[in-house]
Design a protein around this ligand. Structure first.
Ligand SMILES: C[S@@+](CC[C@H](N)C(=O)[O-])C[C@H]1O[C@@H](n2cnc3c(N)ncnc32)[C@H](O)[C@@H]1O
Length: 423
């Protein structure tokens, strides 16, 4: 009998699914969050991922005191300790190194770093942490009863890396072993192949699962039910100068710079005798159509009135983050003074939300004190950033930009100075 035996029945039949606010209402999810992760339930993407991995391993009968588990790309995540409470031993791996581009894994001593994050006491020897690439797992064949990873898969490279990783997990799992992992699905027309940070189109994702030696659950459920908390929500307010609010924002369905992204769980098994069936994607088309209608409403409301963007210093310029406006004219109020009395150049930079980004300067507008708002025309499926350049090199004074969608149709840009081809 382990503590996880007291988990109430889970009403989610198929755990291989995307995140949905209704999952938080499930008694089993709520129980794992409170009793095993020991956090106050809140709509945090990672908490859902941890709870779903825990439940998938529990349902597969892998959380018992004789089991050995492997954590991949695990950093110092809380799930390590919740799972270590249930099993004989956990090996915890990541690219721990002092100069990692991931701040959270910068260390020369992975064991010390991981154990320093233990939220409660863990029996000696239960957890062993080490540096390891999840594409090349340095353990013998058939070593583990289960493996998991949370939000790491999308960061390890490209298609060949993803399949290589899954096949390495297959190799080190014992027959019947289970791999539960989370990543990100995008409700667009293709995967966003951002180097070291993919958002997967579900058909691409199931192709990768099917290409590996592991056997997947038969259905990948991408349906998200209608609920106020399932509407696309802003993922970050930092660009709007509201970094403090980011700690409060936990959109289940994230609206991020012209993309709609949702966490998902995959559940795979090492079962070489079972027939290999490509998982069926369910519920994607209907959900995508509804989420985009809701994202359009969000976009219209967001830019209905002036929003102040927080430009960042870049050399002698100030640059805003890229923003999505949908299709229509955008007005820009510039609040900045050039100490030489010269006009200020405001370059409008445009790119697609997903690679190939092809960033370029759409146009450069000029602003002088007393001018009204500048105007440019935005297209749907593009992102726009503004770069402010002053002849005084940008020293002294502030640069403030306020933007909104123009209320009336605007016939032409004004005052246009130049159109360049490269940023
Ligand atoms: C977004 S973080 C998630 C960390 C942790 N799972 C959590 O939820 O807090 C992504 C992690 O993947 C790790 N990572 C990236 N590429 C990796 C690779 N090839 N092998 C192992 N880990 C990798 C990074 O070092 C980082 O810790």
């Amino acid at each position: 009998m382990t503590a996880s035996d007291s988990i109430p029945d889970c009403r989610i039949d198929n755990l291989q699914k995307v995140s949905d606010i209704y999952d938080w209402f499930d008694p089993a999810v709520d129980h794992v969050v409170r009793r095993h992760l020991k956090v106050v339930p809140g709509v945090s993407r990672r908490t859902w991922e941890f709870a779903m991995i825990f439940l998938a391993l529990h349902r597969a009968g892998k959380l018992h005191d004789g089991a050995r588990g492997l954590a991949l790309g695990a950093g110092t995540e809380r799930l390590i300790f919740a799972i270590a409470d249930q099993v004989a031993h956990v090996d915890v791996t990541d690219l721990y190194q002092s100069d990692s581009r991931w701040v959270g894994v910068r260390t020369d001593d992975p064991q010390e770093l991981v154990m320093a994050h233990a939220p409660w006491p863990v029996p000696d020897g239960r957890i062993r942490a080490m540096r390891m690439d999840m594409r090349q797992i340095e353990f013998p064949d058939d070593s583990f009863d289960f493996a998991w990873s949370t939000g790491s898969f999308e960061h390890i490279g490209e298609d060949a890396d993803f399949v290589r990783h899954l096949d390495e997990v297959h190799r080190v799992l014992k027959p019947g072993g289970v791999y539960a992992f989370t990543t990100v699905v995008s409700y667009g027309s293709e995967s966003h192949r951002i180097p070291n940070n993919y958002y997967f189109h579900p058909e691409h994702f199931v192709d990768l699962l099917h290409a590996s030696k592991l056997r997947s659950q038969p259905v990948f459920d991408c349906a998200i039910r209608e609920h106020h908390f399932n509407k696309p929500g802003l993922e970050s307010l930092e660009d709007f100068g509201c970094a403090a609010a980011d700690g409060q924002l936990h959109a289940v369905v994230a609206w991020r710079r012209g993309t709609i992204n949702v966490a998902n769980l995959a559940v795979l098994r090492k079962d070489d005798a079972a027939p290999k069936v490509r998982p069926e994607v369910r519920g994607f088309g209907e959900t995508k159509a509804r989420l985009w209608r809701e994202a359009d409403i969000l976009t219209r409301r967001l830019w209905a009135d002036w929003q102040e963007l927080k430009p960042r210093r870049s050399g002698t310029d100030h640059v805003t983050g890229p923003q999505y406006f949908g299709r229509g004219a955008v007005e820009v109020e510039v609040d900045a003074v050039d100490r030489n009395g010269a006009a200020i150049d405001v370059a409008v930079l445009v790119r697609r939300p997903a690679p190939p980004l092809g960033r370029r300067i759409l146009t450069t507008l000029q602003h002088k004190p007393g001018d009204g708002p500048l105007i440019f025309q935005a297209q749907a499926d593009h992102l726009y950033a503004l770069r402010v350049s002053r002849s005084d090199g940008g020293d002294g004074g502030t640069v403030r930009l306020r933007l909104r969608r123009a209320k009336k149709r605007v016939a032409q840009l004004r005052p246009v100075v130049a159109t360049a081809t490269a940023a």
